[in-house]
Structures are given as structure tokens and as C-alpha cells.
Design a protein around this ligand. Structure first.
Ligand code: SAM
Length: 246
């Protein structure tokens, strides 16, 4: 067993990046050296005797444990983008802006033999994302710091997928049309309906096909002893517009 690993107890979970030093939990302190002789499924106790289960760091942990700079996309929206843009494991993907790197990381994970080129204009955010990619062990992400609108002009490669979660997305659309292979997809995320509509109209103007605009709602259930009901938390995030070049 090697780091990173996760220590889990009910809804609490901690990411452990090295087996040295101390971890201060809500239930006391864990000496991380003690993890050295252990295996997944074992437990480790805090100095107060409270036990945590040792589990592997997997894809679903990205969202729980990644450091955050800019607001990341949520798995529900990332899942829709992956499923509806025909992602295959040897794709060339252009992602702007990187933000916390959440979308780029999920795309890279499912794109083992391809590459994700991700562009972020803020260096501080790019550094946070870099750390997240390292924790996740992802080596197929190439980061560029700069304005995606300018970076795109210097690119010679063709892409299978362009994903935009940034300002200036409308201005980027004609560039995306040039960058994409025939049959390639563009997916654009926006927190506001008006912006999603502008994007949709620009995609139509640029002759993108198979256009769709939608919102993914995740409705959690509260499962309690007295009964089960829809959670009062609403998971609204934003709107996704997808188009295809051909
Ligand atoms: C909402 S965040 C992206 C979050 C990211 N998709 C994730 O899942 O973590 C938007 C990011 O776009 C960046 N951005 C805005 N305009 C940009 C541009 N023209 N070029 C590159 N990055 C840009 C912002 O600095 C910000 O970090």
C-alpha cells in the first residue's frame, strides 16, 4: 500500500499523501507512520481510540479531496459531458479554463492513451490544479498558463473534444470550430441561462450540429428511520451546451 490513501469514518474522510507526521482529525490524532505495515481494509486508531478504515484513493475521491481555487465542475455535470461527447481513451482534449482542474482530471482519467491540454490564465489557480493532478497520479495532462483565446491560435494539433468553462466562451467558438476534427464535440458549461443561450446561438451560427442545451439535476434522498423523502437541498449548478462539428 502506497500513498495517497484515504482514511474514512462515516461521512468523515481524510486524504493522506505521505506516511509520516501526524494527522489531526475531529476524533484525535493519528500517527501516520503506523500506516506503513497496514493494508487496505485495515483500521487505524487515533490517540483517543477512534478507528478509521483505510481505503484506496479512487476517482470519486477527486471531488472530495482536490484543493479548490476556482469553483470546480461537479461530477454530475462531468458525467454528462463524458457520456454525451463520445469520449474514447485515446482522445485529444482541449480544456479551458483549468480552474481547480476537476473537469480536466476526470477527462484525463478516462483518456489514458490520449492527452488533455488545459489552459488557465491565473497562475495561482493553475498551481492548485497542478497539485491536484499530481495527487491523482495523472500524467497525461499538459498545462498552459495564459489566455485560452491566444493559446488556441498557436496550436497545430486537431482535437476530438473542446470543453469550455470560462469567460469569453462565445468568442472562443469560431476557434474551436477550426481546432476540432470532423465528428469532434464541443461542450460548454455556464452558470447562467442567458450565457448558455448566447453560446447556443453562436454554435448555430458557426454551423455546429446535434446541438443540445440542458441542466442536470441531482436529487438526493434523505433516508431516515421514519421514512424517505426528497432532500430539501437543491443541487442546481449550471447549464451545459453541446455541439458537434461535421
Ligand atoms: C469556473 S473555473 C473552471 C473550473 C474547472 N472547469 C474545474 O472543473 O475545476 C473558470 C476558470 O476559467 C479561467 N478563465 C477565465 N477566462 C479565461 C481565459 N480567457 N483563458 C484561460 N482561462 C480563463 C478563470 O481564471 C477560472 O479559473
Amino acid at each position: 500500500m502506497k500513498p495517497p490513501i484515504v482514511l474514512s469514518r462515516g461521512k468523515l474522510s481524510y486524504l493522506v499523501e505521505k506516511f509520516e507526521g501526524e494527522l489531526h482529525t475531529h476524533h484525535g490524532v493519528i500517527k501516520l507512520e503506523e500506516l506503513k505495515g497496514k493494508s487496505f481494509g485495515d483500521t487505524i486508531a487515533t490517540h483517543l481510540g477512534v478507528e478509521f478504515k483505510i481505503i484506496p484513493f479512487k476517482l470519486a475521491e477527486f471531488f472530495k479531496h482536490f484543493k479548490r481555487g476556482a469553483t470546480p465542475l461537479m461530477p454530475k455535470d462531468i458525467g454528462a459531458i463524458i457520456a454525451l461527447t463520445s469520449l474514447s481513451p485515446d482522445s485529444m482534449i482541449f480544456d479551458a479554463g483549468t480552474g481547480s482542474g476537476m473537469l480536466a482530471a476526470y477527462l484525463a482519467y478516462f483518456n489514458k492513451f490520449g492527452e488533455v491540454l488545459t489552459v488557465e490564465k491565473r497562475k495561482d489557480f493553475a498551481m492548485i490544479a497542478k497539485r491536484n493532478f499530481k495527487i491523482a497520479g495523472l500524467k497525461n495532462i499538459h498545462q498552459v498558463i495564459g489566455d485560452a483565446l491566444f493559446v488556441a491560435d498557436g496550436l497545430k494539433k486537431e482535437f476530438d473534444l473542446v470543453v469550455l468553462d470560462m469567460k469569453d466562451d462565445v468568442a472562443f467558438i469560431p476557434k474551436a470550430k477550426k481546432m476540432l476534427r470532423v465528428g469532434g464535440y464541443i461542450a460548454i458549461y455556464n452558470p447562467y441561462i442567458e450565457s448558455a443561450r448566447n453560446v447556443y446561438e453562436e454554435l448555430r451560427k458557426n454551423d455546429f450540429r446535434e446541438l443540445e442545451a440542458f441542466e442536470i439535476l441531482k436529487i438526493d434522498l434523505d433516508i431516515k428511520r421514519v421514512g424517505t423523502r426528497t432532500s430539501t437541498t437543491t443541487w442546481h449548478t449550471g447549464y451545459i451546451v453541446i455541439g458537434r462539428k461535421y
